[in-house]
Every structure is written in structure tokens, then in C-alpha cells.
Design a binder for this molecule. Structure first.
Ligand code: PAF
Length: 288
């Protein structure tokens, strides 16, 4: 079975021994942090990592600190053996899959807050989320000390939060974003898509279609508010409970009103049944 072949380590000490050997031979090391339940979106990040560097580490750790007590930590899909097979197929060099205590000893008491960028969008309805992400990613970056770490653009706010944290704390790692990978009908790939019922799965692409239409409207010079109002109505009609639908500056996430004259993205999060979906797209031609 392929999964028996891929090298997997569970402790920071083992990870560091291997990384130290790679460093001696001058390898450029890339980390792709994940929570497992790997899909084509994750695999595209690993492929990107292989283009950028010489040795690729994928971490698999379902981070309890980024889930609120009422969220899906318990039911989050865990598909470890299948993940290893997929990673083996694309020749990942090493998997780091620490047990909970290796990451959070019982008296763990340090938390990282990235102010500003963590507020708004997902930070409003999930106030615990970015602190939990920043803390675990800071630890993973310290444990692995890669040259580059790669995160998906789908969690765009997360990407900016992590990039800011790495800069502010002088972590000495370059944070790179990888493009969103979509199903044929436009739905952004996500481990949580597995929660969708067949009927919800049919309606789910509406989220992407809606933000894409808003982005195109903005690129045509239309005003933000009517486009967002229309988008809200359309999502409601498709059965979504919208958490947010907003246009923000792509570099600092500042809200944008009126018309888009800067680098901008359209961001959305919505519940479809019990599944929380998020997505974002760039406003075409807004990078000026
Ligand atoms: O995007 C994810 O899968 C997680 O938030 C991350 C970055 C691996 C931290 O747990």
C-alpha cells in the first residue's frame, strides 16, 4: 500500500533531525500546512511547493484551537490513510502529523493575535478562528523552519493574517498564496464540501457564480451597493444564509464603498444547511 512508503514523523524532534540534514545539503524547504482531508486544492499547493523548492513537508493536524465549542472539530473529516496515499502519489518528501499533546502540552498558555486583519469577514462570526490559526501556524513554522510556506487563496483573509504575523514576528519565512482550485461547476474545493447533501451540492456553486457576477459588475464600473443587494437576494433565493458578502481591498482588507478604484476582491461566506462555505474572487482589472 502506497501509504506505508511515505515518510511520516510525529514529533518535533524527528522533524528537526530530518530538516537539519536537508539544510546541510543546501535544500530549499517548503511547508504546506493542512488539516488533512486532502483534495485537489491541497495537492495543487504541494505541486506548487515542488516547483518552488527542493524538499516539501506537508503537515496534517486538525487544530482544535481554531474551532469554537459549537463548531465541527469533532466531525471534521479525518482521512489520514487516504491523505498519505495522495501525498505519496505526488512524491511529497515528508509528512508531519503530530499528536495533539506534541502541539499543545497540557499547560500550553501562549496565544497569538494579529490585530486588524483578523477583524471583520470571518473574524466577526468566528472570533476565535484567526487567533487559533496564527498560534498553530507560528508553531508549525518554528517547528519546521521552512524557507517558504504555502496557503490557499481560498482562505484569503487567513493568508493575509499569516503573512502579517510572519513579518511582524520576523519568522524569516516567505508566505506564498496558491490559486483557488474549483470543481467543474465553480464550487471552490474545500474539505467541508463533504458535508453537503446532494441537493445542497447542486445549489452550492451559486456562491461562486454570485461573487463572480459582482466582480464583473464592478469591473464594468457599476456601484458596489446594488450589486451586493442583488447578490444577497440571489443567495437567499438559493437557500443560503449569508454571513457576509463584501468588497474589500485585496492588500489590507479595508472595506470599499462606492466604486472600485483599487486592488479589490469580493468575499463571501454563507451557510448552506449545516455547511459553512467561503469563497472570494479578484475584481478583474482592479490591480492598478
Ligand atoms: O487552512 C487550513 O487548513 C488551516 O487553517 C491551517 C492553515 C492548516 C491551520 O490549521
Amino acid at each position: 500500500m502506497a501509504s506505508k512508503i511515505i515518510k511520516t514523523v510525529r514529533t518535533v524532534a524527528e522533524l528537526r533531525t530530518i530538516i537539519a540534514d536537508w539544510r546541510k545539503t543546501g535544500h530549499k524547504i517548503i511547508l504546506v500546512p493542512t488539516m488533512g482531508a486532502l483534495h485537489e486544492g491541497h495537492l495543487s499547493l504541494v505541486r506548487l511547493a515542488k516547483e518552488i523548492g527542493d524538499r516539501v513537508v506537508v503537515s496534517i493536524f486538525v487544530n482544535p484551537a481554531q474551532f469554537a465549542p459549537n463548531e465541527d472539530f469533532g466531525s471534521y473529516p479525518r482521512t489520514f490513510d487516504g491523505d498519505l496515499d495522495k501525498l505519496h502519489e505526488i512524491s511529497t518528501d515528508l509528512v508531519f502529523a503530530p499528536p495533539r499533546d506534541e502541539v499543545y502540552p497540557p499547560d500550553f498558555s501562549t496565544h497569538i493575535t494579529v490585530e486588524g486583519l483578523s477583524d471583520g469577514l470571518c473574524g466577526t462570526s468566528r472570533p476565535h478562528f484567526f487567533g487559533g490559526v496564527a498560534t498553530v501556524v507560528a508553531k508549525l513554522l518554528n517547528q519546521c523552519r521552512p524557507d517558504v510556506a504555502i496557503f490557499g487563496d481560498k482562505d484569503y483573509q487567513q493568508l493575509l493574517v499569516i503573512r502579517r504575523m510572519a513579518r511582524d514576528l520576523d519568522l524569516g519565512v516567505e508566505i506564498v498564496g496558491g490559486p483557488i482550485v474549483r470543481e467543474k461547476d465553480g464550487l471552490a474545493m474545500s474539505s467541508r464540501n463533504a458535508y453537503l447533501t446532494a441537493n445542497e451540492r447542486e445549489r452550492a456553486p451559486q456562491l461562486h457564480l454570485t461573487i463572480e457576477e459582482i466582480a464583473e459588475g464592478l469591473a464594468d464600473g457599476k456601484s458596489i451597493k446594488p450589486l451586493l443587494d442583488e447578490g444577497h437576494a440571489r443567495l437567499k433565493e438559493a437557500g443560503f444564509d449569508v454571513d457576509y458578502l463584501e468588497v474589500r481591498n485585496a492588500e489590507n482588507l479595508a472595506p470599499i464603498d462606492g466604486q472600485v478604484q483599487e486592488s479589490a476582491r469580493v468575499f463571501a461566506a454563507a451557510m448552506l444547511g449545516k455547511t459553512r462555505l467561503i469563497d472570494n474572487v479578484a475584481v478583474p482589472g482592479s490591480n492598478r
